[in-house]
Design a binder for this molecule. Structure first.
Ligand SMILES: [Fe+2]
Length: 219
């Protein structure tokens, strides 16, 4: 069988999707840039840029001006995403495992990885994206498909056969996805650094007021 055309149209049902969510949020950009600049300056004093992995990774950014608003927006949006995906989120809240800045220099990249240890949602907020900067890549999570993959007819197209999908970052772009979707960054080709905030969120039960089964008698 090969390349036979037919007028019939099969009904297709798509299940178990992998979703990447993107929204432009330029209103957080000025504060995020200022926070990253200060945090990176601290790292620069503490450590020398590595020749093999030319990146500065900061501590968490919660203490910097405006980062309470950005983290609140991210936390609520992560909750909304999980709710919309069909999880029973009532009685649960989202919490940050990490919320830190990365500043990558020429030839830097990020290898494919996932964030375990309870993370449910991961994402990025881009602050500096010079021309020829790294692209954010998300990888096919279907391990059994990866094992039996065939060559793709056109890897530039996003198709059910695709192995990975990449996105060109822009300043102010906020991305979310499920933590089980592995991500990476392509090699950075610009003389100017790419800079972004990377965040990971886990889910925790909301503390309930204790229910007193045997209230003490009030005299
Ligand atoms: Fe990551």
């Amino acid at each position: 069988m090969s390349d036979a055309t037919t007028q019939e149209q099969l009904q297709a049902f798509y299940y178990f999707p992998s979703t990447v969510y993107i929204i432009e949020k330029p209103e957080f950009l000025a504060d995020a840039k200022a926070a990253c600049k200060k945090a990176v300056a601290i790292r620069k004093k503490e450590t020398k840029l590595d020749e093999i992995y030319p990146v500065y990774m900061t501590g968490n950014l919660f203490e910097y001006k405006g980062m309470d608003k950005l983290s609140e927006y991210i936390g609520q949006t992560a909750w909304n995403i999980l709710k919309e995906q069909g999880y029973a989120m009532e009685g649960f809240t989202t919490k940050f495992a990490e919320f830190w800045c990365q500043e990558h220099y020429k030839h830097s990249a990020m290898d494919q990885h996932i964030h375990g240890f309870g993370s449910q949602i991961v994402g990025f907020y881009f602050t500096e994206t010079p021309k020829d900067c790294s692209r954010a890549v998300f990888h096919d999570p279907r391990s059994s498909k990866v094992q039996i993959n065939l060559p793709e007819s056109d890897p530039s197209q996003a198709m059910p056969a695709s192995n990975m999908i990449n996105f060109e970052p822009k300043p102010g772009m906020l991305m979310f996805t499920n933590a089980w979707l592995a991500h990476s960054f392509t090699r950075h080709a610009s003389n100017k650094p790419i800079q972004f905030i990377h965040f990971n969120l886990y889910v925790e039960p909301v503390a309930q007021a204790p229910v007193c089964q045997n209230p003490a008698e009030i005299v």
